[in-house]
Design a protein around this ligand. Sequence first.
Ligand code: 4FV
Length: 259
Amino acid sequence: MLQFDVVTLFPPMFDAITESGITGRAREKRLYELVLWNPRDFATNSYRAVDDRPYGGGPGMVMMAEPLEKAVSAARQRQISAGARKPRMLYLSPQGKLLTHALVKELAAEQGIVMLAGRYEGVDERLIARLQDDGAEEVSIGDYVLSGGELAAMVVMDSVIRQLPGVLGDAESANQDSFVNGLLDHPHYTRPEVYEGTVVPPVLVSGNHAEINRWRLKQALGRTAQRRPDLMAQLMHKRALSADEQKLLDEFRKEVQGA
Ligand code: 4FV
């Protein structure tokens, strides 16, 4: 069972993960565990303060190192006693490496993941340096600023939990997600067959599964080339497109031009 421990000033936010949907059911099925740690419970000063004014001045507040370090060590200790020999330690921040599908797959193979969700302007850099000396990684979910690391921690959890065996209904669906083969997903349709005058692509109601899979691959290749040339470049850096894939991409481009 994958162990998650998160240090956060707002534990109730994680109900969004544990109380609903696929991730809620996965917790009920004990496919992962989540323990939340509030640094305020580790604050030693009389005000139980966990933040203070920034040295050098400037707006906002900075999270103090000590309460956080104590919370992180308690989380790590719990993970080790729960059997996660070498818990992975992540600090969520815009300064981190970008979360990708490859990193998600890696994290899903871990026994334990400890995450630090910051608030205010950020965390005292000396704590980040100490955690990194201990092997911690800084991870970002994207180039924008959140009001806290909690949503980022939940993005990591949701994307990782989906990869765990037994979480998704038919095992297939995680393997058909976007980015699994480095491509964007193909379009999806459901009833009614005609909506506002637009008909579902006929191939999808043909029952010809070889043709359906061919159409879906063509759409995934075409949409990736059209919308995310960076992803297509990444893919082609890893491997050349097969002759059939190139043919499908050319077909897609002709259809788009013709459209
Ligand atoms: C963030 C991100 C992020 C920065 C200051 C929390 C905020 C505040 N975390 N990916 N983008 N964090 O914006 O992970 O404390």
